[in-house]
Design a protein around this ligand. Structure first.
Ligand SMILES: Cc1cc2nc3c(=O)[nH]c(=O)nc-3n(C[C@H](O)[C@H](O)[C@H](O)COP(=O)(O)OP(=O)(O)OC[C@H]3O[C@@H](n4cnc5c(N)ncnc54)[C@H](O)[C@@H]3O)c2cc1C
Length: 327
């Protein structure tokens, strides 16, 4: 693979903005992401939710924001290395060589890590045969709400995501049953009230015990009462599981980066303790850290400008105003 000026690890909002900014500054860019599509948490965790704190957007759906961030972030044609997890980094003096879990060797002058919470995976229900139904009847989060149209839907969980989807899908699902292992919720009280007063059936003190069906088509689910241990089988043809995500920096922890509470420590340039490796967005921590898109993209722009001065010591740190350009 060709040597590039900067490799961005993580194609979420901050990585995409870093890619755009690096392109703006005339740098060659590569983006690596372990997921098959760009967008990070916006697409993986909450594509159908509205975001209200983006400058210039009074209200924007996460998937629409992701679409526009992707358009902007790929404007200067970065090389995309998707479905690859960056697993190691070797310092060659004037460049780093990154290696991925698929065996790629990717030389780069600088690195910007925008890995969010790390490569994340959804927490599963943990019952037999679960994998048989994943993607056809069992879903972790909602990528496309229309797939629940007319379904007898079981929503598992007691947090905001579970209640948000119970409210959001109630108009298109045939029926919704919310299954939660206790009667205490982590969701906002207001959402809980709305769902309690809706047609959603609440099965509290229940867990999913068994899945029934064949060829990936779910027909029914056996629930167990966590207090009485009684079993009950209910008809269901889809399950939306919202019991969180497990995330870990995983291999990044082995790179010799200074880590604090699962985040990478950076200085005021957003550079890590490893020379020419920067970290921005949710994955980075410093004295005034806020894990927000609005602040993370600013970190990305700053890191890119400092990376630029490594690559070209004659270059000014200040990028100038984009409104002076013709793109
Ligand atoms: C439900 C929910 C609602 C939210 N609402 C808001 C909101 O209203 N406003 C707001 O500002 N923020 C909100 N956030 C937070 C916001 O989404 C995050 O701050 C933002 O996504 C962080 O962006 P990022 O680019 O740092 O990382 P992420 O979006 O997490 O992207 C990181 C990417 O890195 C990839 N990756 C990780 N490790 C590797 C590796 N080793 N190799 C290759 N790829 C890797 C991952 O696959 C992922 O795609 C919300 C978050 C959630 C969960």
């Amino acid at each position: 693979m060709n040597l590039v000026d900067v490799t961005v690890i993580g194609g979420g909002p901050c990585g995409l903005f870093a890619s755009f900014y690096a392109g703006l500054r005339g740098m060659s860019v590569r983006i690596i992401d372990s997921l098959p599509e760009l967008g990070g948490q916006l697409m993986a965790l909450y594509p159908e939710k509205y975001i209200f704190d983006m400058p210039g957007f009074p209200k924007v759906l996460a998937k629409d924001l992701a679409r526009d961030l992707i358009a902007q972030g790929t404007q200067f044609h970065p090389k995309l290395v998707l479905e690859n997890t960056a697993v190691s980094a070797e310092d060659m003096g004037d460049q780093w060589v990154l290696r991925t879990d698929k065996g790629l060797e990717l030389p780069t002058k600088t690195v910007i890590i925008s890995a969010g919470a790390g490569a994340f995976a959804p927490t599963k229900i943990g019952v037999d045969r679960e994998d048989e139904f994943v993607g056809t009847s069992v879903f972790y989060g909602v990528r496309d709400r229309s797939i629940f149209t007319g379904k007898k839907l079981l929503i598992v969980g007691g947090g905001d995501s579970a209640f948000d989807w119970a409210m959001n899908l109630n108009d298109i699902a045939e029926s919704i049953t919310l299954v939660h292992r206790r009667d205490v919720f982590k969701a906002h009280d207001h959402s809980v009230e709305i769902v309690k007063n809706s047609s959603v059936t609440m099965k509290l003190f229940y867990v999913v015990k068994e899945l029934h069906g064949s060829n990936g088509v779910l027909e029914a689910v056996t629930l167990e009462n966590t207090q009485t241990k009684e079993l009950e089988t209910v008809s269901a043809d889809a399950i939306c599981v919202n019991i969180g995500f497990k995330s870990s920096l995983g291999p990044l922890k082995e790179w010799g980066l200074e880590i604090e509470k699962n985040q990478i420590k950076v200085d005021s340039k957003y550079e890590t303790n490893l020379s020419r490796i920067f970290a921005v967005g949710d994955v980075a921590t410093h004295g005034s850290k806020l894990k927000l898109i609005a602040t993370g993209v600013g970190e990305a722009a700053t890191a890119v400008c400092f990376a630029k001065t490594y690559i070209d010591p004659e270059a000014k740190l200040f990028p100038g105003h984009s409104s002076d350009l013709e793109l």
